[in-house]
Design a protein around this ligand. Sequence first.
Ligand code: PFF
Length: 460
Amino acid sequence: MSKNINYTKRESWGSSFGFIMAAAGSAVGLGNIWKFPYVAGESGGAVFLFIYLICALLLGFTVMLCEHALGRNSQQDAVGTFKKIAPGKKWWLVGAIGVLASFIILSFYSVVAGWTLAYIFKSVIGSLAGLQLTEYSGFFSNFISNPVEPIIWQSIFMIITVIIVVAGVQSGIEKWSKVLMPALFAILLLIIVRSLTLEGSMEGVKFFLSPDFSKINSTVVLSALGQAFFSLSLGVGAMITYGSYLNKRSNIPSAAFMIIALGILVAVLAGLAIFPAVFATGMSPSGGPGLIFMVLPAVFSKMPFGHFFEIIFFILLSIAALTSAISLLEVLVAFIKDQLKWTRKKAAIISGVLAFIWGIPSSLSQGIWSEFLFKLPGQKPKVFFDLMDFFASNILMPIGGICVCIFTAYIWKTNNAITELSNNGKYRYSWLPLWGFLVKYIAPIVIFLVLLQGLGILKS
Ligand code: PFF
């Protein structure tokens, strides 16, 4: 019978380093590499960076500490955490929102991750070589609108994610994160060196970092907050789940600080890898998928050793996507394992298959289903992919974040959380009361504003 699973010891991280690599792997993803640099360049450069830094350090750090403390205290999945700390109440629904958000994000994230895998393959076999500059966008549109090929790559990506998660917390997630994250850094540094040594690269640094105060308004500040939230994997139960594998001796504040610092560092380094090369080759930057899949291949085709750098760039993106997808799948697996007492293997395979199937319409909405538009009040009509992104990132994530703060502050109580974060008074950080204040009064209100802006209710 499955009963014996109840008596097996809960899995845990082998070391703090392993935990930091896994959690930083969750944070560092497609969001940091293609979204952040472009938004920063467009929205005030260094000023945006500074605002982002404050958002990540004040708000991101605050919420991350809540999630890690909740998870470690309960030693449970996202839903079980709320059930254990507030038994008999409906607060477990907050965990359920996180599980739903993780499922949805995993479904469309794996579509884009599949594109990155496909582009490694296409670079290796040389299909991106020899195109005219204007042909890259057509090549990309043809690829993503194909009804079959992207779905095959999406399935390959999902299979890799499932295999790593099936292997477990220590021998799967931690082991791979400890290899993949340093590899990601090494590749990023290599690309930066290449990019900055190209003639004319300083124009790109200027685009990315020149401070421009005139671009700053409340919308930019709130979008920096939203971006920090998505980019730090908050509000979906991922950090609760990863926190639940921490032992009682680990120092949560210092680990959380490292995770945030690594997330910010990669975002900045990604900007320094991308824009100098874009400008040095006389191209102009664009946002989102266009930048990675249309502009960059053209940039690589024009630079010395470009083919090599093209391949490793798409490997970098795939690694970033993989470590993030692992954490999303782990939220589902921990939930199913802890609540339904299934084995890890069965939980991982079934959730992976379901998230893959739910991702298929997102993939098709780039091509044959692009005319199926969903109209929401006050919103532009959206294809399925954008609908899922909007629902998870603009609605579920901020709601999850607000509820996590309210729960920590008013149900669990900040004093209990501080006891957890200080390991029963062992680490007496003098700023912990300030953290308590932020959780109680500031973070829920600020995230609420992000929610309103995300819904289009708040306009500057
Ligand atoms: N932080 C990831 C990124 O910036 O791409 C996205 C993400 C991963 C969000 C894991 C949420 C999550 F649980």
